[in-house]
Design a protein around this ligand. Structure first.
Ligand SMILES: [Zn+2]
Length: 459
């Protein structure tokens, strides 16, 4: 069997990562993510897998974002009994992320009077198959397939999967690297994305394949300006934030701004049970933070705590935020306003010209966040029409994703040995643009693969 690669999800879209690598009679899957964004996504998630999950030997989970893990329980439900590998942090984060995803799935299904496409027991079964391994530990799947995890610097526990495989007939070794999502280094909290060396094949994300972020100093200045502006106008600052990484980045940033006297000390609410749970895992994982953050912690700073910060776990506390006079900051999920408590705060503040909605993450096409970002003046929330009068601003510098120039630089550093780069996890325009840049500037064969077509990895 010639080694081959088939992309069953995550092509032409930023969600639904699901890549099948076949080699030495082994079926190796990398990520099994949820497809996100509207009714079409829902139908796609419910469809059976295009391959037989019972024949999959190994599943690698690069990181705990739901677009990389959301269909793992479904894989188990459809017969997967192999081994799941990830870092310890990814496994711990996956527990809270999957529990939350199931809660949402069940509520949605109930509303529509249908069944969920996997059961709670499938989540438990998945963790029974899950083995955590540290970065840089050499492991093997067979005599002809070895692997290790490298730090992707994207979110806590995120990894790249480096698989080295031998072609029995040719008796030569080749290396393929699944990058997962690459981090926007230097990250506020995490270590730098590791360099990849000696890879022949690379599968890389391209969420920001056609755009660059503002530099880190600019993003911080912008956040300070936006907070001070909201204080001056006497409004509320609502930040729809992804519970995993973005929220912790923003908390850390506000912590430094308050302690540095760059902003006034005003009430700040973290109004997301999921984000609160994730933050607790972050607090336990300081060994994964970069040197600067470690030094701050050693010097006695609680990096996720400052005066007037309140975690509102219970619904009553969440509702009571309304009674706290402006100015105030509310950080709540979901990051694209597709659900979660942020909807309630948006319903309350979108029509208030004194208030500001700050978008700090990627807004998928068709999402509520994308609509207000693109300037829609009337929106529907819970069946009610609301005039958008609040200021809508965005900062993309807090993205956890590497931008176009850095993706190019990343490939450039590995160029010497690279034979082919597969550009995935982006909207088509973005993936095609990045693939073109890789070919033009680095001279490496880069393609935007087709879904479901097996690509033979030639010798
Ligand atoms: Zn991710």
């Amino acid at each position: 069997m010639m080694p081959s690669l088939t992309f069953w999800g995550g092509v032409g879209s930023v969600t639904g990562a699901n890549f099948l690598f076949q080699c030495d009679k082994k079926n190796i899957l990398v990520d099994c993510g949820l497809i996100q964004g509207g009714d079409y996504a829902e139908q796609e998630n419910e469809k059976p897998f295009s391959y037989d999950p019972s024949l999959v030997d190994v599943l690698f989970v690069t990181h705990a974002h739901i677009d990389h893990i959301g269909r793992v329980p479904k894989l188990v439900k459809e017969g997967f009994r192999g081994v799941i590998y990830s870092t310890l942090e990814t496994r711990e984060l996956a527990k809270v992320m999957l529990a939350d995803a199931f809660r949402i799935l069940r509520a949605e299904a109930l509303k529509k009077g249908k069944k969920t496409f996997y059961d709670e027991s499938d989540i438990n079964d998945a963790f029974g198959l899950w083995r955590d391994i540290p970065y840089h530990t050499d492991e093997s799947i067979s005599d002809n397939i070895k692997f290790k995890l490298l730090d992707a610097g994207h979110i806590l526990g995120s990894s790249m999967v480096e698989i080295t495989f031998r072609h029995v007939r040719e008796n030569g070794w080749k290396k393929i690297v699944f990058c997962g999502d690459l981090g926007n280094s230097p990250s506020l909290l995490l270590r730098e994305t590791e360099k990849v060396t000696g890879a022949n094949y690379m599968v890389m994300d391209s969420v920001y394949g056609d755009r660059n972020h503002e530099p880190p100093e600019e993003r911080k200045t912008r956040l300070i300006d936006i907070i001070n502006d909201t204080v001056e106008r006497g409004g509320a600052l609502i930040i729809p934030a992804f519970s995993l990484e973005r929220t912790q980045d923003i908390l850390y940033e506000i912590n430094n701004m308050v302690e540095g006297g760059q902003i006034k000390s005003i009430p700040v609410f973290l109004d997301s049970p999921l984000a609160i749970k994730v933050t607790e895992i972050y607090k336990k994982s300081i060994a994964n933070f970069n040197g600067k953050v470690n030094n701050e912690i050693k010097a006695g700073d609680d990096i996720f705590d400052f005066p007037k910060l309140k975690f509102t776990m219970r619904r009553d506390d969440s509702v009571a935020i309304d009674d706290v006079p402006n100015p105030k900051i509310v950080i709540a999920g979901s990051g694209m306003s597709a659900g979660g408590r942020v909807i309630y705060h948006e319903q309350r503040h979108l029509s208030d010209p004194k208030s500001t909605i700050l978008l700090v993450g990627y807004q998928v096409a068709g999402s509520f966040g994308r609509k207000i970002l693109e300037g829609e003046k009337k929106v529907l929330i819970n069946g009610k029409e609301i005039d958008v009068r609040a200021k809508i601003v965005s900062i993309n510098g807090y993205s956890a994703h590497m931008d176009s120039d850095h993706l190019l630089e990343f490939v450039g550093e590995a160029a010497e040995s690279l034979e082919k780069v597969f550009v995935v996890m982006g909207e088509p325009k973005s993936s095609l643009f990045l693939a073109q840049r890789i070919r033009d500037y680095i001279g490496v064969n880069a393609i935007f693969p087709e879904r479901g077509k097996p690509y033979i990895l030639n010798y």
